[in-house]
Design a protein around this ligand. Sequence first.
Ligand SMILES: NC(=O)c1ccc[n+]([C@@H]2O[C@H](COP(=O)([O-])OP(=O)(O)OC[C@H]3O[C@@H](n4cnc5c(N)ncnc54)[C@H](O)[C@@H]3O)[C@@H](O)[C@H]2O)c1
Ligand SMILES: [Zn+2]
Ligand SMILES: [Zn+2]
Length: 358
Amino acid sequence: MPHFCQYQNEKIMKALVYHGPGKKSWEEKPQPVILKPTDAVVKILKTTICGTDLHIMKGDVPEVTDGRIIGHEGVGIIEEVGNAVSNFKKGDHVLISCITSCGKCNYCKKGMYSHCEDGGWILGHLIDGTQAEYVRIPHADNSLYPIPAGADEEALVMLSDILPTGFECGVLNGQVKPGDVIAIVGAGPIGLAALLTAQFYSPAEIIMIDSDVNRLEVSKKFGASQTINFKKENAVEKVMALTGGIGVDVAIEAVGVPESFELCESIIAPGGHIANVGVHGKSVALHLEDLWAKNITITTRLVDTVSTSMLLKTVEGKKLLPAQLITHHFKLNQILDAYHTFEHAADEKALKVIMSND
Ligand SMILES: NC(=O)c1ccc[n+]([C@@H]2O[C@H](COP(=O)([O-])OP(=O)(O)OC[C@H]3O[C@@H](n4cnc5c(N)ncnc54)[C@H](O)[C@@H]3O)[C@@H](O)[C@H]2O)c1
Ligand SMILES: [Zn+2]
Ligand SMILES: [Zn+2]
């Protein structure tokens, strides 16, 4: 395989580097180069911070090692492609998927890109990520998407991760149907992405549950019919009161703690679907003593990003307006301020923060 010398004419860039739990810095790193013929190097134009990056910063994702550049979302311009890349050339504007996929292995052939034998969620996790001036994208042909001319590029950053995640893990796995009553537990960016994309299917009622007053207000603007502040009222009783004592057809778990999953178990109607989206670090009680006869389905999923092309079309057709998820803007070199804002989301009224590499 052709191998370009990594250290010859090494160029320097700036990047957000993880140095163990609680430690990060904006520092100089070598610019990435093509390592395999299927790689592309992308100059980042816009990137953002995910709830998962905060998990990494807390030390919850121990595979992320000292020195790693984090970030798995963004849009950019192709700087260089390996000689096996056929879909893209230097200068093309691209959307970066949070999931890297070869498109050829057994999992990719099944549409399960999340488990690609030479990819999956590796960006900003097992290899250097997008919170940098440049990033190397393996399997570029299948892991990048062309940006349509005239598109609002910053809005498309919402398609790297959160919209496919809310849609695939929440709405598709939950099998949301016209007329359904659904509850979304957690009104963070992922829960809100599920709220926006659930409306493709015209559910009759969407109940959003959180304790962040701003996020509950935003939920109403985004189409929720009811909101419940679980710290101020009993969420189970309220859902039961709203559904005539039956519960919901679909409960989407978008938090990742035992309480939120158990809430889904308590409010699910017979025949219903519980779609887990949250990343869980602790075991959760499964109440089969209540659920065994309820004909319910429980699903789990790591986002595959197989819906990205479809979601791009809904954005182009203005059926989905992702720009409304962006609340704050920073320059890429102000990324430490952006982290501070995102870490204090309730006080700052923050949803997604955008960093621009001008
Ligand atoms: N499955 C996947 O592929 C995938 C992909 C991306 C993110 N995730 C996970 O999805 C989850 C949500 O992501 P996010 O970026 O929106 O996170 P976030 O932290 O921004 O939002 C979580 C929301 O849940 C609320 N909350 C906390 N405890 C609650 C409770 N008991 N009941 C109801 N609401 C509660 C918080 O106030 C917050 O608004 C995280 O666990 C994230 O790691 C999963
Ligand atoms: Zn993410
Ligand atoms: Zn694959």
